[in-house]
Write a protein that binds this ligand. Structure first.
Ligand code: PXP
Length: 255
C-alpha cells in the first residue's frame, strides 16, 4: 500500500512567522528519502499553508508523484500547475480542515473534471464512503476516489484515546454508543472500498489517520493508497520527519 505524505502542516509552522523556516522543499526531499510514495499538498482558497509558489516548486522539483488537493474554484490554477493527480475536495473558508466528502451533484464538477483529464491530470474525488457517491463518482468519469476516513477517525479517538476526557472531545459524539459507531464507520469503509474496486475505481483513503488507527484501514485490501498529514507532522516534532514517515510506513506494511 502506498503512502502519500501531506506536508501542508510544515507550511503552517512557516506561516506562523512568515519566514521560510521550515523550508517546504526540505520537507519534500526528506519525505522522499524517507520512503514516501507521493507528496500531497492542498492549495486552499485562503492559502493558509501551501501557496502558489510552493505548489509550483514542488510540482517542478519532486521526483515522486504530486497529488494536489484542490477545490473546483481553482481549476485554472491546477491546469497551469499540472500535478500528477488532482484530488478534488470540498472547501469551506471557516473549517479547520476538510470536514467531509464532496457534493457530487455540484454544477462545477463535470467541467473541472473534463478540463483536468484533457490536460492529462489524473483526477480523484474525495468522497464519503457511501455507495451512491461511489456510483456518482464512477459516472463522472474519474479513475480514482479517495474515501473520507474522518468519521472513522473521530469515532476511534472518542472510543479508544483519552480525547473524550479532554477539552478537545468531539461534542457531537459524546452521548453516543461510540464503540458501536466505530464499528459502523469501519464497516462502511470496508464495504465502500469493495464496491468501488468492483466498479473498476482505484481506491485511496485519508483524513484523520494516525499511528493508532492506521492499521484498521491499511488492512482493507481494496485500498491502494493512504494520504496522511497531521499525525506524521505532529510526530515529527519529537522524532524528526524522516523517522515519523518510516514509522508510519512500517505500520502500514505490517497491517
Ligand atoms: N486527504 C484529503 C483529501 C485531505 O483533505 C487531507 C487533509 O488535507 C488529508 C488526506 C490528510 O488528512 P490528515 O492531515 O488528517 O492526515
Amino acid at each position: 500500500m502506498k503512502l502519500g505524505v501531506n506536508i501542508d502542516h510544515i507550511a503552517i509552522l512557516r506561516e506562523a512567522r512568515k519566514v521560510n523556516d521550515p523550508d517546504i522543499l526540505n520537507a519534500m526531499y526528506v519525505a522522499t528519502l524517507a520512503g514516501a510514495d507521493q507528496i500531497t499538498i492542498h492549495l486552499r482558497e485562503d492559502r493558509r499553508h501551501i501557496d502558489d509558489i510552493d505548489a509550483k516548486n514542488i510540482i517542478r522539483l519532486s521526483s515522486i508523484a504530486v497529488n494536489l488537493e484542490c477545490a473546483t474554484a481553482i481549476t485554472d490554477i491546477v491546469l497551469e500547475l499540472g500535478p500528477n493527480r488532482a484530488t478534488i475536495v470540498p472547501e469551506k473558508r471557516q473549517e479547520l480542515t476538510t470536514e467531509g466528502g464532496l457534493n457530487l451533484s455540484s454544477a462545477e464538477l463535470p467541467s473541472s473534471i473534463k478540463a483536468m483529464l484533457e490536460a492529462n491530470i489524473e483526477v480523484s474525488l474525495f468522497i464519503d464512503p457511501n455507495l451512491d457517491d461511489i456510483k456518482a463518482a464512477k459516472e463522472l468519469g474519474v479513475s480514482t476516489i479517495e474515501l473520507h476516513t474522518g468519521n472513522f477517525a473521530n469515532a476511534y479517538l472518542m472510543a479508544f484515546s483519552n480525547l473524550s476526557k479532554t477539552k478537545f472531545s468531539i461534542k457531537s459524539l459524546e452521548k453516543q454508543n461510540i464503540k458501536e459507531i466505530f464499528e459502523i464507520e469501519l464497516n462502511r469503509l470496508k464495504s465502500a472500498a469493495k464496491f468501488a474496486k468492483n466498479l473498476g475505481l482505484n481506491v485511496a483513503a485519508g483524513h484523520g489517520l494516525n499511528y493508532q488507527n492506521v492499521g484498521y484501514i491499511a488492512k482493507i485490501p481494496e485500498i491502494f493508497e493512504l494520504n496522511i498529514g497531521q499525525s506524521i507532522v505532529a510526530r515529527s516534532v519529537f522524532t524528526g520527519l524522516n523517522q515519523a514517515i518510516k514509522d508510519m510506513k512500517r505500520l502500514i506494511n505490517e497491517a
